[in-house]
Design a protein around this ligand. Sequence first.
Ligand SMILES: Nc1ncnc2c1ncn2[C@@H]1O[C@H](COP(=O)(O)OP(=O)(O)O)[C@@H](O)[C@H]1O
Ligand code: SF4
Ligand SMILES: [Mg+2]
Length: 318
Amino acid sequence: MSHEPILTARHVTKQFPAANGRLLTACDDVNLTVCQGRTLGIVGESGCGKSTFVKMLVGLLAPTEGEILFHGDDITKLKGEALRQNRRKIQMVFQDAWAAFNPKMRVVDIVTEPLLNFGLIRRSERAAKAQELLEMVHLPKEYIDRYPHSMSGGQRQRVGIARALALEPEIIVCDEATCALDVSVQDRIVELLVELQQKKGISFVFICHDVALVQSLSHQMAVMYLGNVVEVLPGHLVGTEALHPYTQALIGAIFSTRMDFTKKIESIESEAPSPLDVPAGCPFQNRCGHCMERCRREKPKLVEIEQHHEVACHLFSR
Ligand SMILES: Nc1ncnc2c1ncn2[C@@H]1O[C@H](COP(=O)(O)OP(=O)(O)O)[C@@H](O)[C@H]1O
Ligand code: SF4
Ligand SMILES: [Mg+2]
């Protein structure tokens, strides 16, 4: 299987209007690539811009600047029917499957709704198609007649994945999709995602608070800090090769317990600045033990240190 780049974010910036005419930069010049049949993991503390970024990938938000190329075409420029057709290929699984589904809909309707919306099946074909989709996510086919409230959190999340699979997407984005589940249930969902990737060559963008989990699953893992990607490296090298002081601080915590980003990071002394007051120079400067004069003056660029490994830190710029 070739692992060609299929979705590329180039210089993607998103700003939101804030109080007093100010602008909040949620994503700042983000450059990331999703490859065919691969998983791109994204980690970083709450508020660092992960959800904003993936909402732009799936077309729920428009970037302020930059382009998002899907098979070479800039999808931020698409409108109307072209946009609708394109969105079939990039699906999202949300964290809260409970809230994402209409409680009055049965599983058969939930998982086949996208197919009906696109006119890809007839009503009479719904039950058979729903059974096929449930089989892919290892749920009993009798569940097509259930309502979301009569299922467990893990089962509902499988229904969410079945629904995302209905349109045979090339990419599935999981934004904290497993984080509300117990660890053992979460592990089984992750196993399912890996199996689907191997069988169908689907690419995943996977966001989760649990760095150890993201790292174990990601062919490439991007670390975000205050809207900036500060390091990108293969997941299996995170424990040994991570260079950025922020990534280092994170992994100092992860290998003892499963790191939870909703909690304060013990190994970093001070708080992150407000996204409305990102300092000039390196965004991590006030929490970095290696901060130099240059760091306050000049923002480090993300540069390739070796193949598949990029870092934005003056300690490593040539
Ligand atoms: N619709 C919005 N309007 C204004 N600010 C927003 C909006 N969505 C997100 N933000 C802000 O953008 C920053 C990034 O948020 P988000 O992408 O949700 O981060 P994460 O998913 O990493 O927790 C936060 O400071 C958040 O408050
Ligand atoms: S650029 Fe400077 S402040 Fe920023 S992470 Fe590197 S050493 Fe620390
Ligand atoms: Mg989020």
